[in-house]
Write a protein that binds this ligand. Structure first.
Ligand code: PGA
Length: 253
């Protein structure tokens, strides 16, 4: 049985004061919820204060990005050591906004994934096709390329701990979520790729999320699918009520 993960990606939103208010409210809403790994990925500037508030609750801390080196002359970057130091357990890597606006490559995402593992951070690696790729029938080959890049560097002892977030780029922030059956087919395909590389045991262990316009209305349908193990939530994670409703829908009772 895979424990579902609901991760909130706040993106470049929330000042420190706003982060405190959001996470305090969230803490109250999710008090009774069990059987789901809840992760909040705040901006770097709020990580510390969010950690202080979620201590002792079932909410885990995540970051939205990091660099692969541990320390040194890399102005403006944040290292896995620093994330660990501030209490992060998870880190989102290779989000499509980073790939698009900051030209992050699959090779860089793989380096970051390796570095995350070496600091015992759980990487949430994002993959997905854009609208043109989807329209031209390239979804599976894009997914395959991105997943296989990870296989080159991640050995079987670590592979089972990775979290993959399948996020069709055309569904992110658009209000147009993928149809749950279609999303499930892609998640299944990702699991098959893991199975042929690392065997069935690892493939059954990894959690594969869906991301892209997830909200309290579509989460139930998504969670009913066999290979969707949770969600990476952007816009709806900025409100304690909607995020907690999504978490509740993912709860294993
Ligand atoms: P969205 O974002 O839920 O606002 O579509 C998802 C994401 O970018 O991870």
């Amino acid at each position: 049985m895979r424990i579902p993960v609901i991760a909130g990606n706040w993106k470049m939103n929330k000042t420190v004061v706003e982060s405190i208010a959001l996470v305090k409210e969230l803490k109250d809403f999710i008090r009774e919820i069990k059987g789901v790994d809840i992760v909040v990925c705040s901006p770097f500037t709020s990580l510390w204060v969010v950690k202080e508030i979620i201590n002792g609750t079932s909410i885990h801390l995540g970051a939205q990005n990091m660099y692969w080196e541990t320390k040194g002359a890399f102005t403006g970057e944040i290292s896995p050591l620093m994330l660990k130091d501030v209490g992060c357990e998870y880190v989102i890597l290779g989000h499509s906004e980073r790939r698009e606006h900051f030209k992050e490559t699959s090779e860089e995402v793989v380096k970051k994934t390796k570095a995350a593992f070496s600091f015992n951070l759980i990487p949430i690696v994002c993959i997905g096709e854009n609208f043109e790729e989807r329209e031209s029938g390239k979804t599976k080959s894009i997914i395959e390329q991105e997943v296989k890049a990870l296989f080159l560097e991640i050995d079987s002892t670590l592979a089972g701990r990775i979290i993959i977030a399948y996020e069709p780029i055309w569904a992110i922030g658009t209000g147009k979520s993928a149809n749950s059956q279609e999303a499930n087919l892609i998640n299944k395909f990702i699991r098959e790729l893991f199975s042929s590389e690392y065997g069935n045991k690892v493939a059954e262990q990894i959690r594969i999320l869906y991301g892209g316009s997830v909200n309290p209305k579509n989460i139930e349908e998504l969670m009913n699918e066999s290979d969707i193990d949770g969600a990476l939530v952007g816009g709806a994670s900025l409100y304690a009520l909607t995020f907690s409703q999504i978490v509740k829908a993912a709860e294993i009772l």
